[in-house]
Design a protein around this ligand. Structure first.
Ligand SMILES: [Zn+2]
Length: 252
C-alpha cells in the first residue's frame, strides 16, 4: 500500500514518529507522501521527511483554506523553497468554498500560480477541491499538460469521468467505507488504473475506526471496499494502486 496523502507531520504522530512509522511498515505500508499546507508548516514537513528519506516524501503547497490577506508573500516564500529541497509534488493546492468564500478570487489566483510551478518543474499536483467543482475544472483545463491526483475524491460519476478525461487520478480514502457514501456506486465503471490510495490522516478515518485519528495502515479497509466494488482480490487492488502511485509520482 502507498499512502499518497498523509499529514504525518501532525503532532499526533511526531510525538513518537519512530513507533508510528513502525506501525505502518509492519502493516505493509510501503511509502507515504506528505503534503504541505502553508509556509509555517513546511519546515516540519521537511524535517519529518528527512528522517525517513526513502519512506516519507514531502510535497509543497498553499492549501486553499490557508489563502488569506498575505497569500502573495506566502507564495513568494514557498517558491523560494521549491529550489532548496526535493519535493515529490506541488500540493495540496486547490479551491475550497465550503466554509468561507471571502478569498474566492485569491484562491483561484493562488491555485493558478502553483499549477504553473508544477508545469515549470514537471511535478505532479495534489488537488483539494470542495464545493468548487466547476471552477476547478475550468482552471485545470488551462493546464493541459498537468499530471496529478484529485485528493479525497468523493464526487459524482460524471465528475470522476471529467477528471479522468483530463488525465488525472482520483485519490480514494476512508470516504468509500462510509455507510452513507455514494462513492462506491460512482466508481463502478471508473477504471482501477486511475485510482490511488490515500488517508488524509489524521482525517477521514475509515470504518471501523471512524472517530479515531486515521493512520496509513487503515488503508486496508479502503482496499477491501475497493475489492468489493471491482470484484477483485485485495492483492489486485494493492498492486494496481501501487503501480498507479509509482507512475504518477515517480516513486521507486
Ligand atoms: Zn490533506
Amino acid at each position: 500500500m502507498i499512502d499518497t496523502h498523509c499529514h504525518i507531520d501532525d503532532p499526533l504522530y511526531t510525538v513518537d514518529l519512530e513507533a508510528c512509522i513502525k506501525r505502518q511498515q509492519d502493516a505493509g505500508v510501503e511509502q507515504i507522501l506528505v503534503p504541505g499546507v502553508c509556509l509555517k508548516d513546511m519546515p516540519e514537513v521537511i524535517r519529518v521527511c528527512e528522517q525517513y528519506p526513502a519512506y516519507l516524501h514531502p510535497a509543497i503547497g498553499l492549501h486553499p483554506e490557508n489563502v488569506g490577506d498575505n497569500w502573495e508573500e506566502e507564495l513568494d516564500a514557498l517558491e523560494a523553497m521549491l529550489h532548496q529541497h526535493n519535493f515529490i509534488a506541488i500540493g495540496e493546492i486547490g479551491l475550497d468554498y465550503h466554509f468561507d468564500i471571502t478569498y474566492k478570487e485569491q484562491q483561484k489566483l493562488a491555485l493558478i500560480r502553483q499549477l504553473q510551478w508544477a508545469v515549470d518543474l514537471d511535478l505532479p499536483v495534489m488537488i483539494h477541491a470542495r464545493d468548487a467543482t466547476a471552477d476547478i475544472i475550468d482552471i485545470l483545463r488551462q493546464f493541459p499538460s498537468l499530471r496529478g491526483v484529485m485528493h479525497c475524491f468523493s464526487g459524482s460519476n460524471e465528475t470522476a469521468k471529467q477528471y479522468i478525461q483530463m488525465g488525472l487520478y482520483l485519490g480514494i480514502g476512508g470516504v468509500i467505507t462510509f455507510k452513507n457514501s455514494k462513492l462506491r456506486e460512482h466508481l463502478t465503471d471508473i477504471p482501477l488504473d486511475r485510482l490511488v490510495l490515500e488517508t488524509d490522516a489524521p482525517y477521514m478515518t475509515p470504518v471501523p475506526f471512524r472517530g479515531q485519528p486515521n493512520e496509513s495502515r487503515y488503508m486496508i479497509y479502503v482496499m477491501q471496499t475497493l475489492a468489493d466494488v471491482y470484484q477483485l482480490p485485495v492483492s489486485a487492488i494493492e498492486s494496481t494502486t501501487n503501480a498507479n502511485a509509482k507512475a504518477l509520482f515517480g516513486l521507486k
